[in-house]
Ligand binder design. Structure first.
Ligand code: NAD
Length: 302
């Protein structure tokens, strides 16, 4: 797929206020289609994503179902392990170890959060770095910091892919990431600041003080908090790119951290919520799974 397929008129889709709409559904579909083409061109090697779901949390069930569906569309195989919420730590670890030791499994995704009483860190510790397609283990994080080949957490990677695809300039630009979790905010800061991206990131959080004033300096804002509508127009420098990661489930449905209606009037580019960073998380999981198969020597060399 070429630039022109996404952008036939030479112009990206825009919001009523004129901001470029960074459409995550569209880019995810493009990534999945490209992976399918690559796997087909390689003669359909076996590329397998294993998903582990513990308990019956509804949103987690939906996330896992969507991940498996996209793996199928990409030409990969998915293997699903479903375990009851009252499983013991030892039995969960045994199930994950089996996948870790299985040469027919390339990527392992343990859907988080785990039910109360189960220790996610001990489970993540069992994943070999090559199979850690969520990029959450300490070895994957270490590789990211050290600039070594490894898996980058899918949500911040998805934010980077959206900026690349929709022409957001990063080199020499200032960026503010709101939220400092190891899942999103911290790796996001590393990705923005690393060579090749070359932005100058600031990590803001709940104790940062005047958040609006900090964000108003930024050319790029990534909001990963989980407070609906936190980022309003007063946070945004005209022309800034605003990427919304936060998800709040409210009576009115899913809401992001960004007050889309007011911010799109000022922003140069903006993600919708939903259909922005969420689908990109899945697209990047597929990309990581393909790379896992490559790292494990499961792909033919051409
Ligand atoms: P988290 O709760 O671990 O971290 C939230 C961060 O926000 C913390 O670092 C905290 O310091 C900061 N924070 C809290 N209140 C704040 C405030 N008032 N002002 C400034 N900072 C504040 O959450 P997380 O796992 O990083 O997820 C963040 C959000 O992103 C959640 O809503 C989550 O559901 C969502 N999420 C979305 C995707 C996606 O694919 N779009 C993926 C993962 C997480």
């Amino acid at each position: 797929m070429t630039e022109n397929d996404l952008n036939p008129s030479g112009e990206f889709e825009r919001t009523p206020g004129g901001a470029i709409l960074m459409d995550g559904n569209r880019l995810r579909d493009e990534i999945v289609a490209r992976l399918n083409e690559r796997i087909t061109a390689l003669g359909n090697p076996h590329v397998c994503l294993a998903t582990v779901l513990v308990g019956d949390d509804k949103p987690s069930q939906i996330y896992v179902r969507n991940k498996r569906k996209k793996a199928d569309e990409a030409g990969m195989v998915s293997r699903h392990v479903e375990l009851s919420a009252d499983i013991s730590q030892a039995d969960l670890e045994a199930a994950v170890s089996e996948l870790a030791n299985d040469p027919g499994v390339h990527g392992i995704l343990v859907q988080l959060p785990l039910p109360d009483g189960l220790d996610a860190e001990r489970v993540l510790d069992l994943l070999p770095a090559e199979k850690d397609v969520d990029g959450l283990t300490e070895r994957s994080m270490g590789r990211l910091v050290r600039g070594r080949d490894g898996h980058v957490p899918c949500t911040p990677l998805g934010v980077m892919r959206l900026m690349e695809r929709y022409g957001v300039e990063t080199s020499g630009k200032s960026a503010v990431v709101i939220g400092r979790s190891t899942l999103v905010g911290l790796p996001q800061v590393l990705l923005l600041g690393r060579k090749g991206c070359d932005a100058t990131p600031t990590l803001a959080h709940s104790r940062s003080g005047d958040l609006a004033a900090i964000c108003r300096q930024a050319d790029i804002i990534v909001a990963a908090v989980g407070v609906a509508g936190l980022v309003t127009a007063e946070f945004v420098k005209p022309g800034a790119a605003v990427l919304d990661v936060g998800i709040s489930r409210t009576a009115e449905g899913i809401q992001g951290d960004v007050d889309f209606d007011s911010v799109q009037e000022l922003a140069g580019a903006i993600t919708p919520m939903p259909r922005g960073t969420g689908p990109m998380t899945i697209g990047c999981l597929m990309e990581n799974t393909f790379n896992a198969a490559r790292m494990l020597g499961a792909l033919p060399s051409s």
